[in-house]
Design a protein around this ligand. Sequence first.
Ligand code: MLT
Length: 301
Amino acid sequence: MYNILVSDGLQEKAINNLLNLGFNVTDKHYDKDELGEALKEYDALVIRSATKVTRDVLKAAKDGKLKLVVRAGVGVDNIDVIAASEFGITVRNTPNSSSDSVAELALAHMFAVARFVGTSNYTMRNGEWNKKKYEGVELSGKTLGIIGMGRIGKALANKATALGMKIVYNDAFGKVNDIEYEFLELNQLLSVSDFISLHVPYDKNAGSLIGKDELKIMKDGSYLINCARGKVVDEEALLEALDSGKIAGAGIDVFEVEPNTNEALVNHPRVSCTPHIGASTMEAQERIGDEVVSVIKEFFN
Ligand code: MLT
């Protein structure tokens, strides 16, 4: 029988489903120095974002049983996929499960920065009544530039359209065939959008997608939302743009370093922040659990 290591937790229902299918499941988080050696005894590893499956970990595991690493989530940036493929280990993710949850969080941040929702919460708790100070803007009628028109980008576009926003988008793969929204080159999108929401992976060879130069091109007083990966945005450049007023607000769920260490950024009065909770809804976690089970079942069949 196959042994599965669940390293960062998984929905109870999914664990029970795996057990019912006859898999041996161990729910345990190993230290990074012990993980590779421990993995020799497991046929599959299931992780979220906490476990880092580095080349060293895979190298230590490579002569054992390990055949499959499943990322319970979308981004596989915590797995060295090149090393995995060199060692004949398959890497899979669950791309179908969290789109609505992430898209809703991006919208939540848009509302938060447009209407000072987060800032009002903490200033009121400090006894302040900033009614005059917090004159915001409506989302309705504004142009939303979506960078990365995959599943999450499309879910966000549909929801934002219902709110009366105009959608433009850019995607590294060019124009997407099955959608009617307007495709723009990156710099054009940056210059016309009132809100920009990022839904792309981090490309460590290319570096941050939104840095000083891109922020300069963005419309004065526009808003930036990042629910993708922290390093997609250069945080220092963003802070400067927020301080100068060039960028009116930023909604940030993901950080260059996680747990976050950039206190200036999260304490900025024009920043709405959350601790990487894009996929953290009951619904998404249940779907992710189901998708993990089908990936494992299909693989070992
Ligand atoms: C993902 O890649 O699916 C998200 O960032 C969610 C997560 O890591 O928990």
